[in-house]
Design a protein around this ligand. Structure first.
Ligand SMILES: NC(=O)c1ccc[n+]([C@@H]2O[C@H](COP(=O)([O-])OP(=O)(O)OC[C@H]3O[C@@H](n4cnc5c(N)ncnc54)[C@H](O)[C@@H]3O)[C@@H](O)[C@H]2O)c1
Length: 368
């Protein structure tokens, strides 16, 4: 079925895990299919294998990444995620200087250099030209939370270059009807917004919430507190950048509650930065409710995961669904993959329904 040519904006920990994962699954090509599907919906999804994904263009703004070969840049500081496949190959891609806009938060200045972003003193490249000349079919947005202007800049570049957009971060583009219409008018697919990890805080909180609803428990209060030590958590110490992240994570859970719950009774968000944790993320979750006879009950859960590889398999599936939409000439927001793979899709469904919809989309029984 051919290669899937992608461009990436933001070569942080998530991009590192994605590239390592593509290499890792390529290496496993000879083994039993069941082993190969760990963290993926299907090893062969709609005729595409993980190894069909090829990065043809990459943009960053950090001095330790710009102008370096992609295969080195994804291991450069301040990246700190687990290295499970060090010998990744690339096709000779060199990282280009993107446009910074609001990508780097000023508060990072107060932290050690090997922990934070350092802007390169370089002239930005012509992103649209790079996208066109590289032959990229889609761009992945992996910028820091709160990069509103920068994300919209890269989305505009996709519209101009005529390539698809996968938005892994909580800036509302695919889920904004105005942006979705612009992608539809140009016949370009978009999947978003804000990637949902394989077994992360969001999907667990959604499933537990749905279980409480299905079993007739009324939820009175719930919280989800997350801590970690990567640049994603350092960036999110600036609460001005968190607005859409909180909306995205809260709506993902609230959409599963079938009764009104006030803002005060549902608290979800990143809570602190603990440097020594690196890319380990810990989630503390509590749900309080009332069951039969109005009797109170509560549940506490602690989840510990390596943050970045946790979403890389989901991204590999999103990329392959995006390619299917391109092959079929379908433009605009691709609803089923967005609902299953993303926290803030244009339309929310239960994860069970969304997964079924994605299967139907892959089989061609559903257009988007
Ligand atoms: N880990 C997960 O499971 C998960 C889940 C949902 C969302 N996300 C989101 O994905 C995004 C990427 O996460 P990460 O852990 O890789 O972040 P990161 O902090 O490790 O990397 C961000 C990268 O973007 C670069 N950058 C900053 N401004 C830029 C610009 N204007 N143009 C190009 N590059 C720029 C930085 O130099 C850095 O390399 C974050 O917004 C995160 O919240 C991650």
């Amino acid at each position: 079925m051919g290669k899937i040519r992608i461009a990436i904006a933001g070569l942080g920990n998530c991009a590192s895990s994605l590239l390592q994962g593509i290499g890792y699954y390529k290496d496993l090509d000879g083994r039993a299919a069941a082993d190969m599907a760990l963290g993926l919906m299907h090893y062969n999804l709609g005729g595409y294998l993980p190894s069909d994904i090829e990065v043809v263009a990459a943009f960053d703004v950090d001095v330790r990444k710009v102008n370096r070969p992609l295969k080195e840049a994804v291991f450069a500081k301040p990246n700190c995620t687990a290295v499970f496949f060090p010998n990744i190959t690339d096709i000779g891609v060199v990282v280009k200087m993107g446009e910074i806009h609001d990508g780097i938060s000023p508060h990072m200045q107060d932290y050690p250099e090997d922990r934070r972003f350092i802007a390169a003193n370089e002239k930005p490249c012509d992103v649209i030209k790079e996208l066109r000349e590289s032959g990229a079919q889609m761009l992945l947005n992996y910028l820091p939370v709160g990069s509103e202007r920068a994300s919209k800049f890269y989305a505009e570049c996709c519209l101009e270059a005529g390539i698809a957009f996968i938005n892994c971060i909580p800036v509302f583009i695919t889920s904004d009807p105005l942006w979705a219409t612009r992608f539809k008018d140009k016949g370009i697919p978009a999947i978003g917004d804000d990637i949902k990890a394989q077994i992360g805080a969001t999907i667990i909180h959604r499933w537990l919430t749905k279980l409480f609803m299905d079993r007739g428990i009324h939820i009175n209060h719930t919280y989800q507190l997350n801590v970690g030590g990567n640049t994603d958590f350092l960036n999110m110490l600036n609460h001005n950048r968190l607005k859409s992240k909180k909306v995205s994570k809260t709506e993902a859970v609230r959409s599963q509650i079938n009764h009104p719950i006030s803002e005060e009774d549902i608290h979800i968000g990143p809570s602190d930065y603990v440097p020594w944790m690196n890319d380990n993320k810990v989630c503390f979750l509590r749900i309080e409710g009332k069951g039969f006879g109005n009797i109170p009950m509560n549940l506490e859960l602690r989840l510990s995961v390596e943050d970045s590889p946790n979403s890389a398999g989901v991204v590999i599936d999103a990329i392959r669904c995006c390619k299917i939409a391109l092959d079929r000439g379908v433009g605009g927001a691709i609803l089923s993959p967005s609902a299953y793979f993303m926290k803030h899709p244009p339309e929310q469904y239960s994860d069970e329904d969304a997964r079924r919809m994605v299967e139907e989309f892959i089989e061609g029984k559903r257009e988007r």
